[in-house]
Design a protein around this ligand. Sequence first.
Ligand SMILES: [Zn+2]
Length: 479
Amino acid sequence: MNKHLVSLVAISTLLLMAAAHTGHAQPTEAEFYDVYIYAAREDIKVLKMLGMSIEGAGPYGVRAYASAEAIAELERLGYVYYVLPKLKRPAFYPTLAEALDIIQSYQTTYGDIMRVTQIGTSAIYAVKISDNPDIEENEPEVLFECNIHGDEGITLLNCLNFIEYLGDNYGSDDTVTALVDGHEILVVPLLNPSGYASDTRYNGHGVDLNRNFGFWWDGWIEYAAGPSPLSEPESQAMTMFVLQNNPALAMAYHSGAECVDYPFDSHYQRSPDESNFNFLGNAYASATGYITWIINGWDWYSVHGITTEQYYGSCGTLAEVTEISWSKQPSSEDSVNSYISANLPAMIDWVAKSDWGVHGTIIDHSGNPVEAMIVIQELDWPAYSDPIVGDYHRFLLAGNYNLWVWANGYQPQTIPITISKDGKATYQDIMLEPSGEGRTYAFRVIVAYQPLPYEQTGLSYPTWALGPPDGKSASLGKA
Ligand SMILES: [Zn+2]
C-alpha cells in the first residue's frame, strides 16, 4: 500500500463505522472459570477459538478465563486441565461505590496537588498529581492504569496506595516532593467499574477491554475483543485520555501472575524499543524486590488489542504491564499490603525514569506551541509533543541519535543529539519553519490491523504511513 495522504484518524473512523455492531450476551460471573490447561504455546490459538481469554502461559501450560461451554470442549478434545477455585472478592476490598468515593475524595484531601476528573461517559476517573494540577506544564507525564480487568482487585488497591502515599508525603519527603513538583503523574485507578462491581474480568457488555484497543486489534482471533476496535466506552475514554496527554511512560497493572512484560505482544517481531522496554522492565521488577520474571509480551503469550500497544502505537508511550500477584485478589489484607508496599518504590522509580532521555519544547515563529511528531531515527517509532505547552519527553539510553521533528504545515528537521550516559537528560528546544505546503499528511495511528501471519518477520509498521512522502511503504493490515 502506498503512502497515505489522508489522515489515518479519518481512516480509523471509517473502519469503526464500517464494523458491524453485533449484540453481546453479557456473561455472568458464574459462567466463567479460571482454568489451568496443560497445553503448548501452539494451542493458544485453539483455546482462544474455544472461547477463552488467555491470562498467562508457562512451559507446562496456559492459564485462561473460560466459559462452561469452553471447558466442555476442552474435555471433549482431551486436554488435561484443572479449574482453579473460584474466590469471591474478600470483604475488605472496597465496593464500587466506596472505591469511587475514595477516588473522588482525593480532590479535597490532597487538593493542593491533585485533580480528579471523569474521563468519558462511564464512571472512570483520572487523578492528576502535580504541583500545579490545574496547569499543563513542561513536565514529563507518567501514566498508571489499574483494574481494566474487574476481578483483579489488588490492582485498584495498588493505585490507591500510590496516590495516598504521594498525597501524605508531599512537602515532608524530599523524594516525593521533587517527584510531584517535576512531573505530571496520571493515575486511572479503576478502568472497568462495571466489571469491578460484578467481580468479573469483562465490562458490562461482556467485552474484555484489554482486547478491545485499536492498535493491532484482532477480534477474529481474540475472544471477547468486542464487535470492533474501540467499541467500548471505557476503551474510547482511555484512548482519548492518552491522546490528550502523550505520556512518556506508562504502567498497566494486572494480577494472576508475577512478572513484567512489554510490547510487542501481538507480533513475533521485536519492537524498535526492545532494549528500552527490557531495561525499564528490569528496573521496575528489581525495585519491587520480588518480581524476577521480565519477558517480551509475545514470548509470554500472543495477545492483540491491549492498552500498552495502544499507548505505544498511538503516542510513543513506553508502556509495560506489571502482573502484581499470582492470586488475582489476595485473600488477606497482610498479603495485599506486602504486594502493594513492594510495588510502591518501583512506581516512584518509574516516574523518575521519565527524566531520562531527550526533552524540550517545540514552537513556531510566534512562540506558539506545536503538537509535533518526534521520531528518533535509529528507533523509527513516533512520539508526540503536547499541544498545549509543546513539550516532549522521550526516554533514551546512552548513545548518539538523530531526532526528526515534523508537524503538518511545517518543514521537517533532523537534529543530532547525544545522551552522554544512562540516566542523563539532554534538552533540545526546536522552532519549526512553515512549509508553505497546503497538503495534510497522516499524523497518528489510532486503529490498525496486522497484515502478516503473526509468526513471521517483516512486519511493516503502520506508523511508516505517517508524515510527508519518504518512499517508505506501510500497510494498515487486513480489514
Ligand atoms: Zn488482567
